[in-house]
Design a protein around this ligand. Structure first.
Ligand SMILES: *Cc1c(COP(=O)(O)O)cnc(C)c1O
Length: 382
């Protein structure tokens, strides 16, 4: 067992060994540019990209022509939001989103609001869920898009995605879903959920960093985007730039593995997570943030009754890699916007820690994490 034990799989995951092996030839022997359409090196690369596109489209029940490769979910969120706002400018200027979204969505919406796009940010209840009646009431004739994440990266809370998709469809509004934490972990289906645009990322599902995808619906309705990166017309003109072939190949393989192991892995995660929560809550009086509604099986966000949250995190981090909220915002000192939106006080937010489990988490690691967490929290309370 390696200490500190890694329990931060929501921040990133190690690359699966099989994925690494699948990627390696594409750095050296098969190094062709997928856009080189006149020779064998290019054909080989393009074919490998097609395989990956098929593997990932299958994972979300889409067609391969509906997937674009990007540098990650942050870029995919930017392309979806900015691309829709610009392409549909003559139709409207209003976007609805939610207070618990990732900063890739919230910061992009804030940037768009400076360019004349009106943004409605829906509040959430203490469970982290938005009010669908309020969502319905917030729709205006000028509303272009609803942006709602599949599952929250800090609490694991799963949003009412199918209902949101139905509301969007009834009102002729597009639905963009940041599904970065959900894809490969739980079943995601863009057809049954009426999702028009969907973002996800390789490094959250045991693939490499710096590689993401955006699903863009092709029919019922056909979604149009204004490209945000031009030059060369790659990815049907929507995202120019030489494709990251090794990354894409690894992303595809990671997606194929996820499809295979998802059901058994989700059951194992839930079992580990429940044991973890039961033991720790009983021994320390911790409360599960977002523990009420449906949530991802691999995440546990706990609020501890300790006097000093910062010193708790420091002590935990000596033996295990866990974080307070998301890695993406921890560069900023501000307390978690997600827990704040759920009504927690600043003191409660500072005493909250996210534990996230993954495919490489062992029984031994789980037992160690339970014992160490209880010991550390009891020390902090003494
Ligand atoms: C990690 C994450 C992102 C950002 O993904 P990158 O590929 O690292 O840019 C966006 N949204 C959610 C929900 C995430 O968990």
């Amino acid at each position: 067992m390696q200490v500190p034990v890694y329990l931060d799989y929501c921040s990133t995951t190690p690359v699966d060994e099989t994925v690494v092996q699948t990627m390696l030839p594409f750095f050296t022997k098969q190094f062709g540019n997928a856009a080189s359409s006149t020779h064998a090196y290019g054909w080989q690369a393009a074919e490998a990209v097609t395989v990956a596109r098929e593997q990932l489209a299958a994972l979300i029940h889409a067609e391969k022509e509906e997937l674009l490769f990007t540098s990650g979910a942050t870029e995919s969120c930017n392309l979806a939001l900015r691309g829709v706002a610009e392409a549909y400018a003559s139709k409207g200027n209003h976007i609805i989103t939610c207070a618990t979204e990732h900063k890739a969505v919230l910061d992009t919406c804030a940037a768009l609001s400076k360019k004349g796009i009106e943004i409605t940010v829906l509040p959430v209840d203490k469970n982290g869920l938005p009010d669908l009646e309020l969502l319905q009431q917030s729709i205006r004739p000028t509303t272009l898009l609803i942006a709602m994440m599949y599952a929250n990266n800090e609490t694991g809370v799963i949003n009412p995605i199918e209902q949101t998709g139905a509301i969007a469809k009834q009102n002729g509004v597009l639905f963009f879903c940041d599904a970065t934490q959900a894809v490969g972990k739980i079943s995601v289906n863009v057809q049954t959920a009426n999702i028009d645009l969907l973002a996800f990322s390789a490094h959250k599902l045991y693939g490499p960093k710096g590689c993401g995808a955006l699903y863009v619906r092709r029919k019922n309705p056909r979604v149009v985007l204004k490209e945000q990166i031009s030059g060369g017309g790659h990815e049907r003109g929507l995202r120019s730039g030489t494709l990251n072939v090794p990354g894409i190949v690894g992303f595809g393989k990671a997606g194929a593995i996820a499809a295979e192991v998802m059901t058994t892995e989700a059951a194992r995660m839930q079992q580990l997570r429940d044991r973890f929560e039961t033991a720790i809550c009983a021994a320390t009086g911790a409360i599960v943030n977002g523990g009420g509604p449906q949530r991802l099986p691999q995440v546990s966000n706990l609020c501890f009754p300790v006097p000093n949250g910062a010193s708790l995190l420091t002590a935990l981090n000596r033996v295990m890699a866990v974080s307070a909220g998301s890695a993406c915002t921890s560069a900023q000192p501000a307390p978690s916007h997600v827990l704040k939106a759920m009504g927690l006080t600043d003191a409660q937010i500072k005493s909250s820690v996210r534990f996230s489990f993954g495919r490489m988490t062992t029984e031994e690691e789980l037992q160690f994490a339970i014992e160490q967490t209880i010991r550390i929290v009891q020390e902090q309370m003494a």
